[in-house]
Design a protein around this ligand. Structure first.
Ligand code: FES
Length: 91
């Protein structure tokens, strides 16, 4: 829909110890960003890889059908952040 989320993660010992986000989007996207950052903080990268848009939406108490795609933004941003971290770590 054009909304965007920027997610920064701080990783130590394979665990996400901090997460900051900036979302330009609807209220559901902002709520999904917030809950996603809470869900991943203190969890291992492996656990965070398993986090799905469904988990994020359920953690919000559900989203209306027309807003389900808003939870995808946070799930995609998380995958991108982990991928970025791992690509920089390997080099
Ligand atoms: Fe675009 Fe919610 S309407 S992310």
């Amino acid at each position: 829909c054009g909304d965007t989320m920027k997610l920064c993660i701080k990783v130590s010992g394979g665990v996400i110890v901090d997460a900051k986000w900036q979302t330009r989007g609807c209220g559901s996207a902002i709520a999904a960003s917030s809950v996603a950052s809470e869900l991943i903080t203190g969890k291992s990268l492996n656990d965070c890889r398993q986090l799905t848009r469904t988990t994020i939406a359920e953690s919000l108490g559900g989203l209306p059908q027309s807003k389900i795609h808003c939870s995808v933004l946070a799930a995609d941003a998380l995958r991108a952040a982990i991928g970025d971290y791992e690509s920089k770590r390997i080099k």
